[in-house]
Design a protein around this ligand. Structure first.
Ligand code: 5CA
Ligand code: ZN
Length: 412
């Protein structure tokens, strides 16, 4: 499907270094791209509600990764999905008496606008689950034929993945079976479904139900795809058998990314599916995770309608480290608005301290697992000095402005 419109990214002098990223599988940081190209797949929205600040923070995280890779001279291919058919979408549409397709189209359009306003570099491929159904059905059939999947014999046509076909199962999330069993039903899993071989086996294909949309699945029979196979197939088709980064919020650590990796690895015979599994922290409100089910959401579009500068929203979300679960507060936004105004004044100063040193410092901070608090502190220090009239580099304000634009995505 259509992506959103990007902005020009200023070219900076020289090159940044390799990006070290925390990988959930290794439980430690490691260089993210050994080769001259970078491939990244990020789990996008299920479009049954507007983009909230949690979605925005996760998208900003992977936007930063893409910016750092590009600055290091890498050729980047970034893919993001839209889960435009799944239970939550159908449930919301039914609750509101709306056509699920109309709901998905409207919220996806709003997401695109939000991403543009936040200056997120668009993915090369923005892909819906629905448009991927023929590819997904084909891969589910392969898993069935190879004995890695099985059909329930209750007449539903539902097909499950057999996790015993994934000997490494658990390597990505590093959870015990007890922990997995606890989390699985909270995140869409159905451990108690009768007829499953293992309680943790995930759904690959849901056979057609009378009151639900379905698509022809060839030899699979009509139905619709499971969630984890959606992301595995889209990533494999567009990025190849091994990707550098599989990204999303830390709510996807298990079962989503564990199962996607298990599906992909079984299909390709290669492991690991991703060089890095990267997880952004949850954004909460007043100490609780921001989520549709809790209803404690702050929407990007609401802030935009209230004339809040999207650059201040972006700065506020970057003031904490991406891996930290953190809360959105009014104070955070106010501080970001003040910081943005100060940076703008500093960027318009006649001179400042060395722009080259500032650029090198920001590159170094971001290459270290996207240390945005460190990068923002360097920009604050540079701005303080420029506004105090210390530093006599007349080129520095322009380089300061270009650096925060290219590397932090903040347009002054
Ligand atoms: N469509 C699936 C992924 S394939 C999904 O999780 N959709 S979502 O709309 O629930 O979330 C979209 C992205 O935002 C995911 O990467 C998710 O991990 C992330 N996300 C959701 N809630 C939050 C939050 N409160 N804070 C940070 N990131 C979040
Ligand atoms: Zn996903």
């Amino acid at each position: 499907m259509e992506s959103w419109v990007g902005h020009e990214v200023p070219r900076l002098p020289g090159r940044g270094g390799p990006l070290s990223l925390f990988d959930s599988a290794r439980q430690g940081a490691a260089p993210s791209t050994p080769t001259g190209a970078g491939t990244m797949y990020v789990c996008g929205i299920t479009p049954y509600d507007a983009t909230h600040l949690g979605h925005a923070a996760t998208m900003i995280t992977f936007d930063l990764a893409q910016r750092v890779w590009r600055d290091a001279g890498l050729d980047v291919t970034y893919v993001q999905n839209v889960t435009d058919i799944d239970d939550p979408l159908l449930e919301r549409a039914a609750r509101d008496g709306e056509d699920w397709k109309v709901l998905a189209m409207r919220e996806t359009a709003l997401f695109r606008e939000d991403m543009e306003a936040l200056r997120i570099i668009p993915p090369a491929h923005y892909v819906g689950a629905v448009e991927s159904i023929p590819d997904i059905a084909e891969k589910v059939l392969v898993l069935l034929k190879e004995g890695a999947a099985y059909r329930l014999d209750d007449g539903t046509g539902d097909v499950y993945f057999d996790i015993s076909a994934a000997p490494r199962f658990g390597y990505e999330s590093n959870l015990t079976r007890e922990q997995m069993l606890e989390i699985f039903p909270e995140r869409g899993g159905d451990p108690d479904r009768a007829g499953k071989r293992d309680a943790l086996d995930p759904l690959l294909w849901r056979g057609a139900r009378e009151d639900e949309p379905s698509w022809p699945g060839g030899d699979l029979g009509p139905g619709r795809p499971g969630w984890h196979i959606e992301c595995a197939v889209i990533a494999l088709n567009l990025l190849g058998d091994r990707i550098d980064v599989q990204g999303g919020g830390n709510d996807l650590l298990f079962p989503h990314h564990e199962c996607s990796a298990a599906h992909a690895e079984r299909l390709t015979g290669q492991a690991p599916f991703a060089g890095h599994y990267v997880h952004a922290g949850m954004i909460g409100l007043d100490g609780e995770k921001m989520s549709k089910s809790r209803g404690n959401l702050v929407f990007v579009s609401r802030l935009r309608a209230d004339k809040v500068d999207p650059m201040a929203v972006r700065l506020a979300l970057m003031s904490g480290h991406y891996r930290t679960d953190r809360s959105w507060t009014d104070d955070l936004l106010t501080a970001a608005q003040e910081r943005l105004a100060r940076w703008r004044r500093a960027g318009a100063a006649p001179s400042g301290p060395s722009g080259a040193a500032f650029l090198a410092g920001v590159r170094e901070r971001l290459a270290d697992d996207l240390d945005t608090p460190g990068a923002l502190a360097l920009a604050d220090a540079w701005a303080d000095q420029a506004l105090a009239g210390t530093g006599d580099d007349p080129e520095a304000p322009a380089l300061f402005t270009a650096t925060v634009d290219a590397l932090l995505g903040i347009r002054l």
